[in-house]
Every structure is written in structure tokens, then in C-alpha cells.
Design a protein around this ligand. Structure first.
Ligand code: FES
Length: 314
């Protein structure tokens, strides 16, 4: 996977548990700086974490990600928070699996917790494009609203609403969704319960589309029984056995097959490959049901085969 060397030039605390990291590329400029895009930050010990961009400089030399410190997490956020200004890291991407669609539709951005980061970038882009939109930012309490200032700095006025559970009570998602104009778009990112609330309330939408991005493994992703199967590479005809406890990605890496990957959790899309033959048992949290139903591509880090063999375009 192609990476670029970047230096941490500034760290700024945004809330008691969230810090903004500004990285400057060592040579050249970043390409693909778009609202909804994320980067892979390589943190040593083959640990790679994905963080959504919330800002970047016009010359493409610096970008910003905001990272919440998860004391009970897998260690990626702690490693990020331990970086000192001046440290260099390898950055992959940016890549965008959560793009903002162009057009005239009314847009509602629903942000939950640290899931607000890509939506700050989207709000800026919508503003610059003169689009009609609103932002709703849901947090447990005001002091945890790490991106509140960033939204307010955009000057969204009455089109921005911060909802703090401890002060404002339970948020009525159905009421929000029912109030939307016909054929409007929702973009949402946040913790799983909030995403599920948006998706449930979406049944009340009158046309339009919900676009969402998960940042933790989906609780309802199929984690059923696992069985072994074979994977054939179309380019060489090589066949690999995937054991019940193996992933395709791990077996390919162990056998020296060059494959891209990032989160290894079915969340970032880095490891997606085209499927030439065989039926896929999708277990990722990034492809939509429609994309999964095409059986045309799959996340090799988590998804498996329904039958005995898959032939991959590798
Ligand atoms: S590596 Fe992220 S989806 Fe597979």
C-alpha cells in the first residue's frame, strides 16, 4: 500500500478526551482531500487506524484529524495521543467511501460523538456550494462536544443544532426525519445505537437516501458459523485453503500475495477485491446491502465464502 511520510506539526485538545492532530506531508501534497475521506495512520507494530478528515489546507500540504482517546479500545487511539509534535508517521490515502453527492437535494447531517469529524468537512463543502442543509450534533454532554466549535466557526446560525442528552433529554429522531422535505438526503456518522436510530426512523422518510459511515464493527453484522473454503487467484491459478478461523486477507498476506488492507474489521474498504466466481458470505460493515447483493466484490478481511471456493480477481 502506498504511504506518504508526514510530520505531526500541532496537537490541540478539543475536549477532555479528544485531540486535533495536524499533519504536514514531507514531500509534495496530499491528493484526494475531500469531505467524507479518511486516512490510514500507520502506528508501528503493523497497527493501522482510520481517521476521517475534518479539515485540510488549500495547498494540500496539511490535514487535520480529530481522535477520541478510547482508554478501553484496541490501543490505536492511545498510540495516536502519545505522539509528540515533530513525530513522523506513514499515512495512507486519503480514500473516500463516504462521499457527498452533488445535486440540489436538501441535506441533513446527523453527527454523533466523534462521528462528527467527516460531517464538519461536509458542512463546509455544502456551505461553499451554496446548498440548503442543516446539521444536528448529538452528544452526551456539552463538555464532550469536541467538534461544536468547528461547526460554530462555519457560521451556520440557525441551521446548526447541538443536542446534549444530559440537558435536553432524549432526542426524537423520528420527529426530525418526519420534518424533512421530500426527497432529501441524510448523511450520518456516529455510534452504532445512533446509526440504528437514524436507520429505523428512516422508514418515515418521504423519498431520499440515508448515507452513513460506521466507525466500529456493526453489532448486527452476520457473525454466524465459520467453515473452511478455498480461494483461487485468477491471475496465477494459485489456490489457498482458508481455515475456519482464518481470514482470506491473513492467508494471502502469509503467502506473499500483495493485497491492500487497513482496519481489518470490515469498516474501511481498503481490502475490497473483485469476485470472479463463487458466492460471498458478506460480513463487513461498509458495503450497502445492494452492493453486497451484486456478489461482484468483497472485503477480504472479514467476508467469507458461502460455498467451497471463491475465485478472486487477484
Ligand atoms: S481492511 Fe478495512 S475493510 Fe478490510
Amino acid at each position: 500500500m502506498t504511504t506518504q511520510t508526514a510530520r505531526l506539526i500541532k496537537k490541540t485538545d478539543l475536549s477532555p478526551d479528544t485531540t486535533d492532530f495536524a499533519f504536514e506531508i514531507s514531500e509534495g501534497r496530499f491528493s484526494g482531500l475531500e469531505a467524507g475521506a479518511h486516512i490510514d495512520v500507520h502506528l508501528g507494530d503493523s497497527s493501522i487506524r482510520q481517521y476521517s478528515l475534518w479539515s485540510w489546507s488549500l495547498d494540500g500540504r496539511t490535514l487535520n484529524v480529530a481522535v477520541k482517546r478510547e482508554d478501553a479500545g484496541r490501543g490505536g487511539s492511545l498510540a495516536m495521543h502519545a505522539l509528540n509534535v515533530g513525530a513522523t508517521v506513514q499515512i495512507g490515502g486519503p480514500r473516500n467511501h463516504f462521499p457527498l453527492q452533488s445535486g440540489e437535494r436538501y441535506v441533513t447531517l446527523i453527527a454523533g460523538g466523534i462521528g462528527a469529524t467527516p460531517l464538519v468537512a461536509m458542512a463546509r463543502e455544502l456551505l461553499n456550494a451554496g446548498r440548503d442543509f442543516q446539521v444536528v450534533y448529538l452528544v452526551r454532554s456539552k463538555e464532550l462536544a469536541a467538534m461544536d466549535t468547528k461547526f460554530r466557526e462555519l457560521g451556520l446560525d440557525q441551521w446548526y443544532r447541538l443536542h446534549c442528552d444530559d440537558m435536553d433529554g432524549r432526542f426524537d429522531m423520528t420527529e426530525l426525519v418526519q420534518s424533512l422535505p421530500v426527497n432529501s438526503d441524510i448523511y450520518t456518522c456516529g455510534p452504532e445505537p445512533m446509526l440504528n436510530a437514524v436507520l429505523d426512523a428512516g422508514r418515515a422518510m418521504r423519498g431520499g437516501t440515508i448515507h452513513f459511515e460506521r466507525f466500529s464493527a456493526a453489532a448486527d453484522v452476520d457473525q454466524g458459523e465459520k467453515a473452511g473454503f478455498e480461494v483461487e487467484l485468477s491471475s496465477t491459478g494459485a489456490v489457498f485453503q482458508i481455515g475456519a478461523e482464518d481470514t482470506i486477507l491473513d492467508v494471502l498476506k502469509a503467502n506473499g500475495v500483495p493485497v491492500e488492507f487497513g482496519c481489518s474489521e470490515g469498516l474501511c474498504g481498503s481490502c475490497i477485491v473483485d469476485v470472479i466466481d463463487g458466492e460471498v458470505d458478506h460480513r463487513d460493515g461498509i458495503l450497502t446491502p445492494e452492493e453486497q447483493a451484486t456478489n461482484s466484490y468483497m472485503c477480504t478481511c472479514v467476508s467469507r465464502a458461502k460455498g467451497d471456493r471463491l475465485i478472486l480477481d487477484l
